[in-house]
Design a protein around this ligand. Structure first.
Ligand SMILES: Nc1ncnc2c1ncn2[C@@H]1O[C@H](COP(=O)(O)OP(=O)(O)O)[C@@H](O)[C@H]1O
Ligand SMILES: [Mg+2]
Length: 249
């Protein structure tokens, strides 16, 4: 049997008497595209924080490629290929995009213990940055600072920075948050062009987007997994419709 890229086993989190994550079991294989949905307060962001090591679980384990990483720091998990993007932009507004991607590549190389190679490394790093930007159709904007870009383009730069860390698992926390409808297609196209073997977990409120993107859906309600399965299965699921989709109908 294949080892999952990311797995959680009976993950639990309580804040005092408030149970925010209840025995969540999650498995992402290489190439999986999973959508995570649930009403506000369901515990989606908390789950991401537990997986990435921002929060320590009250019980349960997180495994990356079969290795228990529950005791590791955020940085140690990033080094093992677990990368997230944030709901709120983390970009330096005035620094040209290609430089930010190059810095992320340098960061990755430093963290993997590679010795600093001052001059010869630069062309390699510049070339890799341009390859990443080209994959996301950003090559024409490489010299511009984020403040000169449309909001949807800025979200793509954040994905470029995540890709510079060479993720095996990518966690996207609401990649469409704040993106105007006219720019969503560009972001969706870029997400579709990411490497096929990358495992992606996407939290998203835009139902059309997440149902189109994900091959598998997971629904959280009140901290627990209410349902999981194919997008078609989830669309029809009575409890999901009542707990969640029904709100929008
Ligand atoms: N640090 C915290 N202390 C206490 N309660 C928290 C904390 N973080 C989140 N919660 C509570 O956990 C629940 C789930 O929150 P969250 O994970 O942000 O939900 P979602 O992302 O699905 O909207 C909410 O009731 C929230 O108030
Ligand atoms: Mg949230």
């Amino acid at each position: 049997m294949n080892t999952p890229m990311l797995e959680t086993r009976a993950l639990c989190k309580s804040f005092g008497g408030l149970h925010v994550t209840r025995e969540v079991n999650l498995r992402l294989m290489a190439g999986d595209k999973v959508g995570l949905i649930g009403p506000n307060g369901a515990g989606k962001t908390t789950l991401i924080n537990l997986i990435t090591g921002v929060l320590a679980p009250s019980a349960g384990t997180v495994l990356l490629g079969g290795e228990d990483v529950s005791g590791l720091s955020q940085a140690q998990r990033v080094k093992r290929g677990l990368v997230r993007t944030f709901q709120i932009t983390q970009l330096a507004p005035t620094l040209p995009v290609h430089l930010q991607v190059e810095m992320a590549i340098h960061e990755r190389q430093a963290s993997s213990g590679r010795l600093w190679k001052p001059l010869r490394a630069y062309p390699e790093v510049q070339a890799e940055a341009m390859t990443i930007l080209s994959c996301l159709q950003l090559q024409g904007l490489a010299a511009r600072p984020p403040m000169a870009l449309a909001y949807g383009e800025q979200r793509l730069v954040e994905i470029a920075l995540a890709m510079a860390l060479r993720p095996r698992v990518l966690l996207l926390d609401e990649p469409m948050a704040g993106v105007p409808p006219g720019e969503r297609q560009v972001v969706l196209g870029a997400l579709a062009s990411l490497p096929t073997d990358l495992a992606i977990l996407m939290i998203e409120h835009d139902m059309d987007l997440v149902f189109n993107f994900a091959r598998r859906m997971m629904v959280l309600a009140d901290g627990a997994v209410l349902a999981e399965g194919s997008p078609e299965h989830i669309r029809k699921h009575p409890a999901v419709r009542t707990a969640y989709l029904g709100e929008e109908a």
